[in-house]
Design a protein around this ligand. Structure first.
Ligand code: FAD
Ligand code: PYC
Length: 417
């Protein structure tokens, strides 16, 4: 007979860590010092990733991340977790595919399970024109060395179990990226914050930046709800609040902020093993490891900083979902929420130094910046540390809005960019 081991639920939950290790905070609580070499405003994915790469790639650790709420409490902890690199133009394909490659090995690098799942991403074509365009996009992706498969209608139905055989918007085919998938959003922020902190970075929550001090055209520091903090360089990574923060330094950004909503249903057994996006219905859906369906639709149609959901958009997302998968019609929604997205005229990001010397920007991610967190962090850290734009971030300059060298990715996935 096997010896009986006493069942201990706690040791299972702790996953092999001792009680002391398990309860240890992920990062040490820090009060702000009087000044830092680099101050990063915004404790979302881009802010904490930048801090990590400053320390890991460049040995710069006299760094603070200032977050007005809690780490990951902005769009990073509100997004629908899709990571993919199915962009059209060579510049964006190189940038987003580099990011996806980082995601593929991030759990190992940061020693933190970010639950990356390469379950693939489908974009459905609902008319012959969309089908032609998706073939074209697939060809562009392959030319850019990104994995892409265009499938005719029959193959789409073979691959997506339960897809409505007679939807109101018929399916003419689909563009599939096998390496795309999902990752647990807040784990990404926690993993980077923990790794940055372990290398010496101060992670300071409940610290709102209310002013930026500029002297002789150069940034000197910030005013915060916890006092004045001086800095050699400043980085703003505040997503939907970028225009407000940049204005504190006298800069007008070509960005408008819109709410993007998301919804989850009650959990059910595994029934959907991929991400499905349907541009015609405006909805997209995937299933979490817990069993909930996560879904959303496009941006709200008016500019706003109101971080909340609304009934018309919930109806729109539900209609799209039920048109694609009628069997989900009896599921109940558990939660709805919104995040404020920072949209540029060409739907490509800004990673650049501003006209205030020493003040850098990481913004303009709109509806699609979760997948870009590793690349955004690498590029901003490189620019802050070396003074040179990272080659992957050349397309994300501020100058393009004056010169007209736009990289228009508004149609990247039909729903999000
Ligand atoms: P955030 O995570 O928003 O971080 C900015 C931080 O700055 C916030 O925590 C905020 O509190 C802080 N801050 C603001 N003002 C101040 C201040 N004055 N002082 C101090 N701190 C301040 N992208 C994808 O790639 N895939 C998806 O599936 C996807 N789905 C989405 C679904 C929804 C509903 C939403 C809203 C977005 C989605 N996105 C998605 C977009 C993605 O979430 C964002 O582009 C990305 O998270 C931006 O990260 P960030 O670090 O720039 O911003
Ligand atoms: O970027 O894949 C994405 C996305 C999906 C929904 C919102 N953004």
């Amino acid at each position: 007979m096997r010896p009986k081991t006493p069942f201990n639920a706690w040791s299972l939950i702790r996953g092999g860590l001792s009680r002391q290790q398990f309860w240890q905070p992920q990062w040490r609580k820090a009060g702000p010092k009087g000044s830092y070499d680099v101050v990063i405003v915004g404790g979302g994915g881009h802010g904490v990733a930048t801090a990590y790469y400053l320390a890991e790639h460049h040995g710069i650790t006299n760094v603070a991340v200032l977050e007005k709420g809690w780490i990951g409490g902005g769009n990073t902890g509100r997004n629908t977790t899709v990571v993919r690199s199915n962009y059209f133009y060579p510049e964006s394909a190189a940038f987003y595919d580099f990011s996806l490659q980082q995601y593929e090995q991030l759990s190992r690098e940061l020693e933190y399970n970010i639950m990356f799942s390469a379950r693939g991403n489908w974009i459905l074509a609902h008319d012959p024109h969309q089908r032609d365009r998706m073939r074209h996009s697939g060809a562009a992706m392959r030319l850019n060395a990104v994995d892409a498969e265009f499938h005719e209608r029959e193959a789409v139905y073979e691959n997506i179990p339960g897809l409505n055989p007679a939807p109101r918007h018929p399916v003419f085919g689909g563009l599939f990226q096998p390496r795309a998938g999902t990752a647990r959003h807040d784990a990404v922020a926690w993993a980077y914050a923990r790794a940055a902190n372990a290398r010496g970075v101060d992670i300071i929550e409940q610290c709102e930046v209310t002013g930026i001090s500029v002297e002789g055209g150069r940034v000197r520091g910030v005013e915060t709800s916890r006092g004045t903090i001086g800095c050699g360089k400043l980085a703003l990574a505040v997503a939907g609040h970028s225009t407000e923060l940049a204005r504190l330094a006298g800069i007008d950004l070509p960005i408008r902020s819109f709410a993007l909503q998301a919804f989850v249903t009650e959990p059910v057994k595994p029934c959907l093993d991929t991400v499905v996006m349907s541009p015609a219905t405006g909805a997209y859906v995937s299933q979490t490891d817990k069993g909930e369906l996560v879904l959303g639709a496009g941006l709200d149609l008016y500019v706003s900083y109101a971080q909340r959901g609304n009934l018309p958009w919930m109806e729109r997302a539900a209609q799209g979902l039920v048109d694609m998968f009628p069997q989900f019609s009896r599921l109940r929604f558990l939660r709805q929420w919104a995040g404020i997205c920072d949209v540029t005229p060409d739907s490509s990001p800004i990673i650049d130094e501003s006209e205030v010397v020493g003040m850098h920007l990481n913004c303009g991610w709109g509806t699609g910046g979760f997948k870009a967190i590793p690349a955004g962090g690498v590029c901003l850290a490189h620019h802050l540390a070396t003074g040179i734009v990272h080659p992957l971030a050349r397309f994300a300059s501020l100058a393009r809005f004056a010169s007209g060298h736009l990289v228009d990715e508004a149609g990247a996935a039909g729903i999000a960019h």
